[in-house]
Design a protein around this ligand. Structure first.
Ligand code: HEC
Length: 308
């Protein structure tokens, strides 16, 4: 009897099972594709996937307003990092003066935390002779952070307006009161990295939002007044053109203020073209596009007149 030769599988599964690690080579691309597909789906639906229907104790941070102070910008000069590890006598002397001027009222002239202004404070200003239980810590990077940011909630002010090198001089001064942890290269490097000590920092001018709003308003007060006057005028005007404008506009304030704000609108053809493109944005109803050229001439002339 003739025996049919069994056609051999291209892959010998029995061999594969004996050495299952070889399976991995085949499975891997499919897993990769699966991961990519799931990943793309997840990213595309991120908003829905992460949507939380029940915000718990959510505070609307847009309601919290903390305005910045009016400050003149300037340049914070770069720090000579070498001074940190080996301060010169002149540097230390400067630190002492600055300490007296800025810190002794609270921390005391000799750094015992007993300055005149310390009376009402809780916690007390730090005693620089005792290194236990500090909030930020006593290493150089933490001391710098304290002077940069303050510990506002505890009554320790921020001294970010003092040039960085002066702050470091102060730190050197009170560090001399007792034995502080040694200043390491890492601490200097990380402070430098965080606060750009060796590069100097440009501080932008700062203007409080409230003040900025007033400025913008006053700069625009002419536009504002003209718009208001024109609106009042149109409301009481009984001419045909006035009623046409009232009929075809949806927001007269927008009609007038957008006209005033855009210099190229002094060209009628351009203006009509823009209104036809986006009537709603410019304060009109959609059907304004049906106006004839003659009607536009009347209305456009009228708008110009009432705004003068
Ligand atoms: C208005 C009072 C006041 C003045 C002025 C003041 N401090 Fe303080 N300072 C405090 C108080 C209060 C604390 C305690 C806050 C805390 O440790 O949480 C404190 C804490 C500190 C600490 C320790 C932070 C920590 O990690 O616990 C340092 C360092 C410090 N001040 C440095 C200075 C220097 C330097 C000056 C001057 C440039 C200065 N302070 C000026 C009130 C003051």
């Amino acid at each position: 009897m003739e025996r049919k030769n069994k056609i051999e599988d291209e892959i010998s599964f029995s061999d594969l099972l004996k050495n299952p690690i070889r399976l991995f080579g085949w499975v891997y691309p499919y897993i990769l594709i699966l991961i990519i597909v799931v990943g793309i789906f997840y990213v595309k639906n991120l908003t829905q996937v992460s949507f939380n229907a029940q915000p718990v104790g959510f505070i609307d941070s847009t309601l919290i307003k903390k305005d910045v102070l009016l400050k003149k910008g300037g340049i914070m000069p770069a720090v000579d990092l070498a001074l940190i590890k080996s301060p010169t006598p002149a540097f230390l002397e400067k630190g002492k003066e600055l300490y007296k001027a800025n810190c002794s009222s609270c921390h005391g002239e000799t750094g015992m935390g007993d300055g005149a202004a310390s009376a009402g404070l809780n916690p007390k200003p730090r005693n620089f002779h005792s290194l236990d239980g500090w909030t930020n810590g006593t290493t150089f990077d933490m001391l710098y952070k304290t002077l940069q940011e303050g510990i506002i909630k505890n009554g320790m002010a921020a001294y970010e307006y003092l040039p960085p090198q002066d702050r470091i001089a102060i730190i050197e001064h009170f560090r001399s009161f007792t034995k502080y942890p040694e200043i390491t290269e890492e601490q200097i490097a990380s402070t430098d990295q965080t606060y750009n000590l060796s590069q100097g920092v440009v501080l932008p001018n700062q203007i409080p939002v409230k003040k900025a709003e007033e400025l913008i308003l006053s700069e625009n007060s002419e536009l504002f007044n003209k718009t208001n006057n024109a609106m009042k005028f149109v409301a009481n005007d009984t001419t045909k053109t006035a009623s046409m404008l009232r009929e075809y506009s949806s927001n007269l304030k927008k009609v007038f203020s957008s006209y005033l704000a855009n210099k190229s609108f002094s060209d009628m053809n351009y203006y009509v073209g823009e209104v036809t493109k986006s009537p709603i944005e410019l304060g009109y109803k959609g059907r304004v596009v049906n106006l004839s050229n003659d009607e536009w001439q009347l209305m456009y002339g009228y708008i110009r007149n009432v705004l003068n």
